[in-house]
Design a protein around this ligand. Structure first.
Ligand code: ZN
Length: 307
């Protein structure tokens, strides 16, 4: 097998990607409790909310309150998803409460239009202003490109097109670019070839993989990405979430599955799996879901600590 990294970085996106896509609106106090549990599980990157319009995504209408009340644990980088300049303005009212911004667009015109009602060029022009402004505020910037591995409306998305968008984001100042498999269309061979090309094109940029498990290929894609040199991943605890466009798209790979696989393969994550599973169980109970197989399967593991 190709050399695997000794350790990887994981960004937990459940409090945004997950909560946003669950049908229920989770009470703010409960969100804060779950985020606190996640922050104490050894996760070092936490996306806590999104400054989208409340009328569009009522599940995250409490973004201001979440951000201003979230307990800050040492060593954890807190990030917020920002759709546009107005969103950044709102977040900056709480500048001292977060460290990173995550800025998103799609690699497919149709998905971008359905998601944010703009063309890709319009999105890029707006994001370039946001990236500059966030840089002036000394925020770390992650560009997130949805439908990087395929679009439910357009089908195949050319690798060259995705990398061109990534290049624009990096040139504008993003320190990190994440590639989202928004509706779980990627396969491991495609992922390996994609990241080989991305590493060649985007030198000095942190490359992050964001996989969904729609067709059960999420973890296989993680392995393929690692073999192609990727050392940064995003996942959602409790396998929460998905994508509202198109309706019915299922969720992210679960963070507990990811951590479990990596640790058993000898790739350090820094996460204490039992604590993470506790947070996943708490979320499942709160939402009244039966415990997913991924939660039951993941334990018990002989666990010795952090790295
Ligand atoms: Zn996602």
């Amino acid at each position: 097998m190709t050399d695997l990294p000794a350790s990887v970085r994981i960004r937990e996106v459940g409090p945004r990607d997950g909560f946003q896509n669950e049908p229920e609106v989770i009470p703010t106090d409960e969100k804060l409790r779950l985020i606190g549990m996640l922050a104490r599980s050894g996760l070092r990157r936490l996306e806590v909310t999104s400054f989208v319009r409340a009328d569009v995504i009522p599940q995250l209408a409490d973004a201001e309150e979440v951000l201003s009340r979230v307990e800050r644990v040492d060593g954890v980088a807190y990030s917020v998803l920002i759709p546009n300049e107005r969103g950044l303005e709102r977040a900056l009212d709480h500048r001292e409460r977060f460290d990173e911004v995550n800025l998103f667009l799609s690699a497919s015109e149709t998905h971008n239009r359905r998601n944010v009602n703009r063309s890709i060029d319009e999105s890029l022009a707006g994001l370039e202003r946001v990236i500059e402004r966030a840089g002036a505020e000394e925020l770390r910037r992650e560009g997130v490109i949805s439908t990087s591995f395929g679009c439910p409306y357009e089908g195949e998305v050319p690798v060259e097109r995705v990398l061109e968008i990534a290049d624009r984001l990096a040139t504008a100042g993003c320190e990190e670019v994440a590639f989202g498999d928004t509706t779980g269309m990627a396969n491991p061979r495609q992922v390996g070839e994609f990241f080989d090309a991305a590493r060649e094109r985007l030198v000095g940029v942190e490359l992050t993989a964001h996989f969904h498990n729609t067709r059960g290929q999420g973890l296989a894609n993680v392995l393929a990405a690692m073999e192609a040199g990727v050392e940064s991943f995003e996942a959602a605890f409790g396998e929460l979430g998905g994508c509202p466009v198109p309706p019915g798209s299922t969720g992210n790979i679960s963070t507990e599955d990811l951590v479990s696989m990596l640790e058993e393969m000898g790739v350090a994550t820094g996460v204490e799996l039992p604590r993470l599973i506790e947070a996943s169980r708490a979320a499942q109970e709160l939402l009244g879901r039966p415990l997913g197989a991924h939660v039951l399967r993941a334990g018990p593991v002989d666990w010795t600590g952090t790295a």
